[in-house]
Design a protein around this ligand. Structure first.
Ligand SMILES: Cc1cc2nc3c(=O)[nH]c(=O)nc-3n(C[C@H](O)[C@H](O)[C@H](O)COP(=O)(O)O)c2cc1C
Length: 299
């Protein structure tokens, strides 16, 4: 039996809640934000409270929050209030350590490009420079800053509209699209953990685009009390577009030794177990066409 701990967020201190949120809402992409103050002093800092929220208009949002420690605000936020522009540079594995170094709380006015060893390049349409080593840089105008509170830990949503994009060609595939595998992106987890997108951590979930998946509720009743098929296994079957016909199932029984042997098992419980094990193997080896016929072999 699963046990759950109930937590009233008001019963936690802000730093306990912050820690829990950072561990829970992860991995988070990292925006390396380049800004300038009105005198032209450059600042470079990472923010993982970050995502894309709209393609039309093209909007990125990140949040430099008030420090939990002393309720002070970050230089990035103060700069953006003075000059409403930001370059959001995407962070991949090749620059993750300089990016972490750039998060050091240097005094106001210190240029973290110099401290981190990353290279500033002049932007096309905004004053803050972009990061040469970043795979993709988004030059943005800041449309709005939404303060979420006045106390330590409060976020400030910086709603940034993309006006120019730089992509390093070495991250493109032969069709000119960004290549997930080449990008080698990293994500921020809780505590001091990061994650890296490498071959072994990537997987695909096929999804019907033009038609709807049948849904797990259309699978035979016996699968819902299974201890063998996981929720992921069932959803993979529910993602298929149609249930097999009786004729297809009969042909399958005639042509496949594994299922024909299972159909001869007289102990019903044992037979269902075998059906689920066979379907699981078939799902794991991407034989979904067979797996759906296997589960529908017994109703
Ligand atoms: C990977 C990473 C992600 C971070 N994400 C955030 C964030 O989303 N919000 C935030 O306020 N601080 C975040 N920080 C901490 C800031 O980068 C840090 O406070 C920095 O010193 C702020 O710099 P500034 O005062 O020059 O703007 C993050 C640090 C790292 C290393």
């Amino acid at each position: 039996m699963d046990k759950f701990t109930s937590i009233d967020p008001n019963s936690l201190s802000t730093s306990e809640l912050h820690k829990m949120l950072l561990l829970s809402v992860a991995p988070r992409p990292i925006a390396l934000a380049s800004t300038v103050d009105k005198k032209g002093n450059v600042n470079l800092s990472p923010f993982s409270c970050f995502n894309m929220f709209s393609a039309n208009p093209p909007i990125l949002i990140f949040s430099p929050s008030r420090r939990v420690r002393d309720n002070s605000t970050k230089d990035t936020l103060e700069n953006i209030k003075q000059v409403k522009e930001v370059v959001i540079n995407i962070v991949n594995f090749s620059i993750v350590e300089p990016v972490s170094l750039a998060s050091t709380e240097y005094e106001t006015g210190v240029d973290e490009f110099k401290k981190s060893g990353l290279t500033p390049l002049k932007s096309n349409q905004v004053k803050p420079p972009r990061v040469k080593e970043s795979p993709i840089s988004f030059e943005c105008e800041v449309d709005q800053i939404i303060e979420l509170g006045k106390d330590g830990g409060a976020g400030n949503l910086v709603i940034s509209r993309i006006i120019h994009i730089h992509v390093n060609n070495k991250y493109l595939d032969e069709n000119g699209s960004l290549d997930t595998k080449k990008l080698d992106l990293v994500g921020r987890m809780g505590a001091s953990w990061y994650t890296r997108v490498i071959d072994e951590s990537l997987f695909e979930i096929p999804k019907p685009i033009h038609t709807k998946g049948i849904g797990v509720d259309q699978l035979p009743d016996h699968v819902h009390s299974t201890k063998i098929l996981s929720k992921n296994n069932l959803a993979r079957l529910g993602n298929l577009e149609k249930t097999p016909s009786q004729e297809e199932i009969q042909d399958y029984h005639k042509s496949d030794n594994n299922i024909s042997q299972i159909m001869n098992i007289s102990d019903k419980k044992q037979q269902i177990k075998e059906i689920h094990s066979l379907a699981k193997n078939q799902i794991n080896s991407a034989n979904l066409d067979l797996a759906i016929k296997t589960v529908f072999s017994v109703l």
